[in-house]
Design a protein around this ligand. Structure first.
Ligand SMILES: Cc1cc2nc3c(=O)[nH]c(=O)nc-3n(C[C@H](O)[C@H](O)[C@H](O)COP(=O)(O)OP(=O)(O)OC[C@H]3O[C@@H](n4cnc5c(N)ncnc54)[C@H](O)[C@@H]3O)c2cc1C
Length: 410
């Protein structure tokens, strides 16, 4: 008699429950078509701007209107609020497409569309959704997220100094935020502040702050080594008055908003890194085929072939883990996540995309030789941009800490 167990046993061919290709690790035809279409349209609109954005640290004045025209704003927000109505995974593919075209565009877009807009949609009240999402989805409002402070980077919760004190129908915010993507141009910022400092992590709340609120000021943009077109800066709150109804989630409940948002951010932002890395890889492959030395294409040399093979393997492995992590985020409800398997998985995906992305871009520059060292080349621009993916959204060291902490709880 055949022994039956709850775990299916492989048959003689080693297959578990049918042909291996019944488990699909590739994008569906619909996903692939979306990725290709947005890549093509984004290249037509933004492809020629990357060089100037990098040289002059310039963000196009109508950049967010252009993104709205492209159909990528409010990607994961239902159409009733003006969004595109995509699930999180499909929205991430838009990031992969934008990353292929220009990392600065992808960075500013994902900070607006995921860190700010998706967070307001998932955790905000109906008032906040109705008041802010339509403008953010049509590109008339620019969004940002303010968590990091001068003394609160990796220790974002413990080191937070910005406070919010209830005063009648408002909260008064005091403090500052640093390194905020879109900070210098943002109209709407999702800000974390301590409403009960004595309660530690359980005393943080999230607010929607408008640039027009009294006591709010944005500093000038920073001069960065990469993603130079994406404006980054400081935000200052000096008795900034924020109406009570602009609180996101419950009072003192900001840690849930923040931690689930960080999981989604890591899964989501992995996709634009994949896009930028794919572009660096394609440029290197093309150069290997066309650049002649010793009377032949450099791609005929085994050392260059070895680099290309390793880059391919690293790129494919980052895709598998990142796609899996973002697909797992798809089902997260508002406030969920921030702990358990999803916390470790999204940190793992962001770790591998950040680190493999950096290695691949380094080899892509190497394959370009001296030309790769020239600032004006696209491969150099992508290389300088790649470093942020080992720092932002939790550094590569913090990602390891998250993974290990979750593993040790098992
Ligand atoms: C271009 C750019 C855009 C950004 N955009 C945003 C944004 O939109 N919103 C936002 O809120 N923030 C943003 N950030 C901030 C970013 O998330 C932080 O820079 C990042 O979390 C690291 O914090 P830190 O810079 O203070 O470094 P620190 O925390 O001071 O870390 C310095 C070094 O120490 C290491 N370290 C710290 N603690 C430990 C530990 N316990 N064990 C081992 N090593 C440790 C770190 O890994 C790092 O290598 C942005 C940053 C940049 C550069």
């Amino acid at each position: 008699m055949t022994q039956r167990t709850s775990v299916e046993q492989p048959d003689d061919s080693g297959m578990l429950g049918g042909p291996v290709n019944s488990v699909n690790f590739d994008l569906s035809d619909e996903h692939q078509a979306l990725l290709n279409q947005i890549t093509r349209s984004a290249r037509a609109r933004f492809g020629a701007l990357g060089d100037r954005m990098d040289r002059e640290a310039w963000w196009p004045e109508n950049g967010f209107r252009m993104l709205a025209d492209l159909g990528v704003l409010g990607a994961s927000v239902p159409r009733t609020y003006g969004g595109q109505g995509l699930d999180l995974f499909s929205a991430g593919l838009l990031g992969q497409a934008l990353g292929r075209v220009e990392p600065s565009i992808a960075t500013s877009w994902q900070s607006h569309d995921n860190l700010c807009v998706n967070n307001i949609y998932r955790n905000g009240s109906e008032y906040l959704r109705r008041n802010y999402l339509p403008g953010l989805c049509e590109g008339s409002l620019v969004g940002a997220l303010g968590m990091t402070e001068p003394n609160a980077g990796s220790d974002a919760l413990g080191g937070m100094r910005t406070t919010a004190v209830r005063d009648g129908g408002d909260y008064r915010l005091n403090g500052s935020k640093i390194f905020i993507t879109n900070g210098p141009i943002a109209d709407v910022v999702l800000v974390y502040a301590k409403t009960a400092p004595e309660r530690g992590n359980r005393g943080i709340s999230a607010f929607v702050v408008e640039k027009s609120f009294s006591g709010f000021r944005a500093g000038p943009k920073f001069d960065k080594m990469g993603i130079r077109g994406s404006p980054t800066g400081e935000l200052f709150f000096d008795d900034c008055r924020v109406p009570v109804r602009n609180m996101i989630g419950p009072e003192h409940g900001g840690v849930g908003v923040m931690m689930s948002g960080l999981d989604i951010e890591r899964g989501f932002c992995s996709m634009s890194v994949i896009g930028a890395t794919e572009r660096a890889f394609d440029l290197a492959l093309d150069y290997a085929k066309t650049r002649q030395q010793f009377g032949q294409a450099i791609g005929s040399f085994q050392m260059i072939q070895s680099k290309l093979a390793e880059m391919y393997v690293q790129l494919e492995s980052m895709k598998v883990l990142a796609y899996r992590a973002l697909a797992a985020c798809n089902g997260l409800e508002g406030g969920q996540g921030g702990r358990g398997d999803i916390h470790a998985l999204t940190a793992a995906a962001f770790m591998i995309v950040g680190e493999n992305g950096m290695k691949i871009c380094d080899e892509a520059v190497q394959i370009h030789g001296g030309m790769g060292f020239m600032r004006e080349t696209e491969v150099n621009r992508i290389y300088r941009a790649a470093k942020i993916h080992e720092i932002g959204g939790g550094t590569k060291e913090i990602r390891r800490m998250i993974i290990a902490k979750e593993l040790l709880k098992r």
